[in-house]
Design a binder for this molecule. Sequence first.
Ligand SMILES: [Zn+2]
Length: 82
Amino acid sequence: MNGRCKLCGQTAKLVKAHIIPKGLYKDLRDSNGGVSKLITNTVGVHSKRVPVGLYDPQIVCEDCERLFSPWDDYAKWSFEKK
Ligand SMILES: [Zn+2]
């Protein structure tokens, strides 16, 4: 889907940008083997399962998503070192 990238301002194909790096999700899962859940306290909105994490397909273009990649990798690497 094309749209206006929130980072560079260009109109381009937007990609699914994970809110929390995908690599960190396995540590957020239910320790009993369940999937991640999005819990809400918004009236009328129910909590839901989010097995592949939360992403937003309307934030950034592919080039800008690539800019985050080294930081995502670093966060994953440093988290796994603990
Ligand atoms: Zn962009």
